[in-house]
Design a protein around this ligand. Sequence first.
Ligand SMILES: [Zn+2]
Ligand SMILES: [Zn+2]
Length: 560
Amino acid sequence: MLHEFADLMDMHGDIFRRNAYRRAARSIEALDQSIEEIIREGRLRQIPGIGEGIASILMEIVESGTSKELERLRRTFPPGVAEMMRIPDVGPRSAVKFYHELGITNLEELKDAAEDGRIRKLSGFGERSEANILRGIRLIEQQGSRMLLSDALSKGSAIVEHIRSYGFPLVSVAGSMRRMMETIGDVDILVGTSHSVDAMEAFIAFPNAVDIIVRGESKTSVRLSDGTQADMRVVPEISHGAALQYFTGSKEHNVKLRRIAINKGLRLNEYGLFDSAGVNLVAGLKEDEIYRLLDLQPIPPELREDRGEIEAAARNQLPRLVTQRDIRGDLHVHTILSDGHDTMREMAMAAMKRGYDYVGLTDHSASLRIANGLDVDELLTSLEQARQLSNELNFPIMRGAEVDILEDGTLDYPDEVLDQLDYVIASVHSRFKMSIDQMTERIIYAIKSGKMQILGHPTGRLLGRREAYAIDLDAVMEEAARHGVAMEVNGFPERLDLNDMGCRRAKEKGIMVVLNTDAHSEEGLDNMHLAIGTARRGWLEPENILNCLPYPDIKDALAR
Ligand SMILES: [Zn+2]
Ligand SMILES: [Zn+2]
């Protein structure tokens, strides 16, 4: 709700309050305790970024489930105006301008206006912005109402926390979110309890649930304030594992599993694994047990796509998927020197706090002016600062850079400068619209320089905002394999690039992968779980992943 406040303030041009609400929202997201508890203990004002005004709004929300001020602000613009901001390049100021000057109140009307050439007549807009708007609307239409995995996970875990606080221990997220798919339709929650009515009450009382869509004894659906649908299913405790298996999907995976059950003279449904008569329950409480009784290794949710996981499980050959514990450091981190929000020291300490063995700092190179890229002198100064900081903190800081791959495939620093770095992530940040041949050649040229260790966000896609650039990923990977260049899985919520299939191809080709967050602030480091989820969907094991190496092995590997 604080994020919604921030969006609305943005539309009113109130940048100062927008920033305050955004900051408060982020600090609350970072808490490991519920806000209700904190209020009860009277410690609200101790949270960084929460002043008197926001504190009283939070108390009102927790008490009444809503805020009068928020409802008032919601009424100041038709709801469709905020929706226009889903289009890349359409910020709050443009959305408000379309509304005031052209009377446009939603995406549909904006599309009509752009098609009729009415946008180009507004001051500050032209044919090009009109074309961009239409392209953005097409992307949104393709994506439908799907949300990013990270949004779904934060909503899902908030609901799970909420239901647990009502005394229900068996609560989990299910569906595609549990499989860590990159975009998610609805938020699916599953509860195992015999007190279905009470559980549904608890669900409806979730502060961010603004509307009840269906209310039943085994399933209830609500709408959250941002329009997301959340579904909660309740099954008896004894069926929790079976239901979790069933509702996690995918459909293809489950169809195959049911067939295996039938071949063994059993029956599998959301209530359990039964004998052939469908009477006696063989298993149901524990998901793993169901797989074992079907003579399969328990299959991690991320693999359940019918991409060979059932066959591998039958042969006892599932991969040992990477986990957070295997990750020893983050190698793609920005600081205040380019476009990050926090200092080198803050980022290094944040990495230490997360239990890493090392961190790699990689600010942008000079050509990326919009990200305040570092020129050679600034870079060299920062290398010296990083060395001192590393000594002072007694924590290995590897000195890298995220260097632009320029249009002609050259890297954005001279070779003798690149040689002074511990490693180079090379990325494409400009001229995305080249032909597939040109783009492939551009990247291969950079790989052949022998000066880069990691290809950053290899396809350049931004989920729901920008498609991948045209690229022959197989050709790029083959060149990368020849030169020992690793592929990045960038865990920035909109990127997740490489995607799952890309990870699997890299593994097949014997190319090392790096799991990074591309953090631009301390909290950004927490996106590692998104990179891990993507890597797990791509069947990656610790030995496929460069930053599962401890220090100093990682340094040697990068130097090689
Ligand atoms: Zn980048
Ligand atoms: Zn970056």
